[in-house]
Design a protein around this ligand. Sequence first.
Ligand code: AKB
Length: 320
Amino acid sequence: MKNILVVGSAGQIGSELTLALRDIYGGGHVVAGVRKTRPSEKLVETGPCEVVDALDTDALVSVVDKYKIDGIINMAAILSGTGEKNPMLAWDVNMNGLINILELARERRMKQVLVPSSIAVFGPTTPVDNTPQETILKPTTIYGVTKVAGELLGDYYVKKYGLDVRGLRYPGIISHETLPGGGTTDYAVAIYYDAIRQKRFTCFVDDYTRLPMMYMPDCLKATIDLMGADFDKLSHHCDYNVGAMDFTVADMVVSIKKHIPDFEITYEPDYRQEIADSWPNSVDDSAARQDWGWKPDYDLDAMTADMLKAIGEKHEKSLI
Ligand code: AKB
């Protein structure tokens, strides 16, 4: 690929992925597609930024033509929590946005499209431990429904049109640059911010809740490695399980207390508990390991140390 458009560039993953791709491909070759959200200074300073809404085909076409885009990464999505509050919006953004991008990529014979999926494709009837690559996909959230459909749609474009579409089933992603928004796994980011700011956190899921999670540096590595993998070596296209670590909220508290001994937590589970309970504890990512050499670097304690350091520094500078 020569020129990449990242749709949803101002989001949690999009913002850091855009910068990482600019380091690889050169700033001018990676266009940050943002919707209404004001892009960060780093995004504006390091390469082109354009207003792009995946639902606005004309805007999409004009940016693709202007920058001779030959690869698109679609990071725009309504996540699980917001999706349950507004299912029609989730369907519209996650499905119509996706098909607009796939159609455009097909028409322009683009080199690659990356379409992220999620552990939300699984549901309460899926095996919860070491969830297999091939298993029951019966999610109970609208977000999960769109992610299953998105995986199938991407695979369809590969088979029917020979378009190179790829995707990973992201677990909860934890990072300190850009806050996530509207997801069920957001508590695993918020807990670190509140630990630094006030040494206490009210959690919207219970202490026993165990989910697969991944630190942002591993998320960027997984995404970039899958993008660069040899197409002929891929036994899957849009649905790679990728694991890194899994832990309960209680495990997070133990890890944080190693740095902030007087940290306190209270639990006030809300509607997101049911969503979390319907997702796996951990995933089997042996296909990703075999096909493109996936191997994570961070465990819970390494991530906690890094998160608290970075957020602590922001707090000292009054940036949070
Ligand atoms: C969410 O919680 O909705 C997302 C996800 C796991 O895809 N972070």
